[in-house]
Each structure stands twice: as C-alpha cells, then as structure tokens.
Design a protein around this ligand. Sequence first.
Ligand code: HEC
Length: 479
Amino acid sequence: MTKRFWLAGTLLAAQVFAANISMAESVTFNKDVLPILQRNCQTCHRPGNIAPMSLLTYESARPWAKAMKAAVVTRKMPPWFADPQYGHFSNDPSLKQSDIDTIAKWAESGAPQGDAKDAPPPIQWPENGWTAKPDIVLEGVPYTVPPAPAKNVIEWMTLTTATGFTRDTWVTSVEIKPSELAVTHHICVSFVPHRPNVVYNSLLWVDKQRDEEGVEVAPSERRIALPTADGRGRDVPSGIRNNPPPNAAAENNRGADDARGGVGLGFTCYVPGRALSDFRPFHAGLLIPAGYDLNWTIHYTPNGKELTDRPEVGLTIAKEQPERLLIESFGGTDQTKFAIPPNDGNYAPLPSEITFLENAELVWMSPHMHLRGKDMTYKLIFPDGKEQVVLNVPRYDFNWQLGYDLKQPMQIPKGTKLVVVGHYDNSVNNKFNADPNRTVFIGNMTWEEMFAPFFAITVDKTVSPAKALKFNFRSAGGA
Ligand code: HEC
C-alpha cells in the first residue's frame, strides 16, 4: 500500500469507529480498556517490570486515566520507533487508532469501571516479574550501587558464573532480570568456554582514567582491578583488558572458534524495554556445550539512592532438539575513524558491513547508540544486487533500547550483505547532548558513543556459528 492510501484507510476506519463509540452505551474499563492494556501495555506495566506503575487492575490503572490518554494520543506510549513502511514486527505494540480513541473516550467520561463480568480473564504473567517462566535460574552477584560515586562513573563490570550444565544443552530463551531497574543501565550475558583459571562470582572492572566530564582520556593508562580473596578487587596498573567493549568482541568474532562468536554464545542483553530473548517462535535454540560458563557484562548508573542489585538470568530448556541454531551478533564501524566533530548535527560513521557466509534467516534487530544517536537503517544487499531495507529507526531514542522481532523471518541467501548506516546529532538541537563543543569518540559511557547494530539470525543446526559471518570492518577494540 502506498503511504497516502494507508493514511486514508486509517482515517476512514477512525471515522467509522467514532460513530460506533457515540452510539454505544459507554466505554468501560472492564469491557473496552483492559483488553488493550493486556495486549499492549502490561508487558512493562506490571509489578517488577520497567514501567513505574502497574496497569493490571482497575484500582492501579484508574489514577492514571488522564495520563494514559495523553500518552497514547501523543503516541509516546507504547514506545515503538520502527518506520512502519519497512518490515512487520511481531512485538509491535503500537495501538490502532480505534484503541487510542477508546482510551481517550474512557478517560474523558470519568474512567468508569463497568461490569465485572465484561472483564477478560487476567493474563497469567509468570511469578516474580519474569516474562517467560524459566526452567533454570542462574544467579549473579549482588552489587551495592552507591548514591553518588566520585565523578558519577561506575565502570562496566564483568562477572563469570558457572552454568552447572553437565551435558550439552539446548537453550530456547534467555531472560535477564535485574532486581533494581532504576540503577541498571544494562546487563549482557553470553555462554563462554570454561577456562581452568577462571575466577567465579567476582565482579571485575577496569578503572579508566577520565577527565572532569567523565570522558575516557588515555586508553594506555587504563588500570585493571584484579580479584582478591574478599572479592572486592585491587587496582594494578595494566595494559590488560578484561572488559573489551562490544566492537572489540566483534573483532574477536573473526577468529574465535571456541567461543563461536567472540562474545560467546547467545549474547543477550537486558536494557530498558527489552529483557527476554525468546527463540521458540523461530524453532531455534542455542546449543550450549557441557561445562560452559556464563559471562556477564554489567553497567550500573547511580540514581541518588543506595540500592543493591541482585541480577538473575532465567533460561528455558528444549525438551526436544530445535530445528535451527540461533546466532546473535552485532556490527560496528572502523573505530579509528569514528570522531563526531563539535556541533555536527548529522554525522555518519563508516557503515557496518557483514557478509553472510551461509544461508540464514534474519529474525531480530536492535540498534544501539548512545545519547547522540539519531537514526539507524538496516539494509540487505542480495547476491543479485537487489537491495531491501529491513528496519528503519528514523528517530532513535537512547532511553528505549528496543528489539524488533520480524513477523516473518527474512530469507538470506549465502553471500548477502547486511549494511547498516547511522547518524549522530552532536548539535545543540539534541536535548540529550550535554556538550556540543567536544569531539565524541567511541566509548562505554553514554556521553561517549557506540555504533552497534545488533541482530539475530537462525541457521541450519549443522552450521558452525564461527563460520557463518564475515565482518567487513576493522575496529580498534581488542588492542
Ligand atoms: C516497553 C515497555 C512499555 C510499554 C509496552 C508501555 N509502557 Fe508506559 N511506560 C513505560 C516506562 C518505562 C515508563 C516510564 C518512563 C517514561 O515515562 O518514559 C512509562 C510511562 C507511562 C506513563 C506515564 C507517562 C508520563 O508522562 O508520565 C503512562 C501514562 C503510560 N506509560 C501508559 C502506557 C500505556 C497506556 C501503554 C499501553 C498502551 C504503555 N504505557 C505501554 C514502559 C512501557
């Protein structure tokens, strides 16, 4: 459908629906609003999840009636940033215009509860804030985030814990659940081979030298915290890096056979708006060899209160062997050339380019940039030269790290390229930009930048993940 056609259709539908509403008796919570909340809002708006209030019941939703109307009419809620022109996504929570009208009408007419018998049965969300009921829960290590540390920087930490897998195991979903969402910027996990000298259950980090604005100064002067008996770490000067940034991991990807992808198997992140990676809809899983460990990367940001986070990872395990193997990875750019000039409102780094060396199906994408991120577009270039945009996020918002699940997996013949372009806004027009007068380089902190187009593919289960992708960019990481 052309855009004009689509718009006309929507307007027509809205008019027809408005007529229906005025004829109807009244719009009530139980009959009209609750079904919408169940479908489009409760994944986030329930106890233990990222939204500040629960929309499970009339009692908890009623005080928010006016705010709900405002949030849906302006399309601030539910958060969704994909350009509807490209791709159809199974997790798209966007409301139909008729749903928006229903919520608005309900809020305007005094937000009545209606008859209890009209209410749909409540959704049975798994206990304790999980989205998928886990078969196995792996625990992290508690960390107390201080109310205001020096310079407000808590460096990324890494952690290794045992999986306890005594035989090769097909994992079909990975969900990461911090207990203190307010201070958790992100947590990523992946499965890595066991190293004989590995130190379990100890949080490690590199104390980087930073200037007064918190920007990393001289990578060569980085220091590393080694684990000590009390598990608190000790500062030693070092050229060692125990915490490579994601693009360095992508660099490792090229050669690492054992870890089957550099960052390890099943690289999955918790970020606001995304906690669960579920491979079951794609009949896919991760084959985790016996004895593998779980590697965590954790980034906390203080929010003024002292809070102790106790993160957990929930896994579902396949009863039968899935048909396909899932590979999650991400692109990058030439980091040595990445430098956003001061006041540049539309900086484009060199595109990310990855070649698929095996037939694959693209199932998921998730753009990642920091505060100056502006837009990102994923495009496939097929071996016959045909091009197709598979995801366009025209107004990237750092506060929402959403993942986009393709409704229909996209067939990718061997030899296809995934090319991702992005832009950054380092001007005063970007309200998240703390300082438009400085050149911005790649770095871990939100005031530094990243260019990390995440994606997931499935391949035949006989394919070796280390040989499925070729990264056609050089990154400075890993050095
Ligand atoms: C992906 C998770 C997610 C979904 C889905 C979602 N919300 Fe939210 N919502 C949040 C978070 C997080 C906040 C708090 C941060 C913010 O306001 O941006 C929020 C805030 C709100 C607010 C307060 C806004 C304000 O201005 O203070 C309202 C009202 C709201 N949501 C309504 C809804 C409704 C109605 C739906 C469904 C139609 C919905 N949300 C779907 C995560 C979500």
